[in-house]
Design a protein around this ligand. Structure first.
Ligand SMILES: Cc1cc2nc3c(=O)[nH]c(=O)nc-3n(C[C@H](O)[C@H](O)[C@H](O)COP(=O)(O)O)c2cc1C
Length: 173
């Protein structure tokens, strides 16, 4: 499960496509046994406060949020195409109800105290810098409020944004 490190300034992937179409895994925890991952389709990679940075958006109902709130670091990882079907577990089931590691057969590993699955093709190791929750009063795009926060089980299930410095980018060798 060898990885090589990539300089964030040399990173040249189609990140909008990766996140929006192939999806990522947001994962946090303190050990391979005490961690949780979920599928994410929204996120950003760029610069903030003078450093390469990423932002992920996690609704308050997600079990993963408990790990994001108690850990200083998290990972955003991308599985290779042949493992894409694992998102059926990571994106529809909660770690409150099932052990996703056991169910998917993937191998959680720790690098710099941050968990991710060793089968990943690409991994961002991120250190939290700023955390804030979407606020009803701040919507400019009010249609987004109606679409994403007003209905059914999503009602008031706000996204918290985790802005984090990208400490390492790892690509499978
Ligand atoms: C394609 C896809 C993208 C998703 N993107 C996000 C996201 O960006 N933020 C979020 O809070 N939930 C997102 N979800 C939903 C979570 O992955 C899902 O609710 C998951 O079961 C939560 O697991 P947990 O309770 O173990 O954290 C997405 C689901 C799918 C299928």
């Amino acid at each position: 499960m060898g990885f090589i490190e990539i300089d964030p300034h040399e990173f040249d992937e189609r990140i909008v496509d990766l996140l929006g179409r192939e999806w990522g895994l947001a994962m946090a925890g303190t050990s391979p046994e005490h961690c949780n991952a979920m599928t994410i389709g929204w996120g950003q990679i760029g610069m903030f406060w003078g450093k390469p940075a990423s932002t992920v958006f996690i609704r308050s109902s997600r079990f993963t949020k408990e790990f994001f709130d108690t850990c200083d670091t998290f990972s955003v990882a991308f599985l290779p195409p042949e493992l894409h079907d694992k998102h059926r577990v990571f994106g529809t089931m909660s770690g409150r109800d099932v052990d996703k590691t056991e169910l998917t057969g993937l191998t959680p590993i720790m690098v710099d105290g941050t968990p991710f699955y060793g089968e990943s093709a690409l991994v961002f190791i991120c250190r939290k810098a700023y955390v804030d929750t979407v606020d009803h009063g701040n919507f400019v795009d009010t249609a987004a409020y109606r679409r994403y926060y007003e209905r059914g089980t999503d009602h008031d299930d706000w996204h918290t944004m985790y802005i984090a410095y990208v400490e390492k980018i790892l690509r499978k060798e």
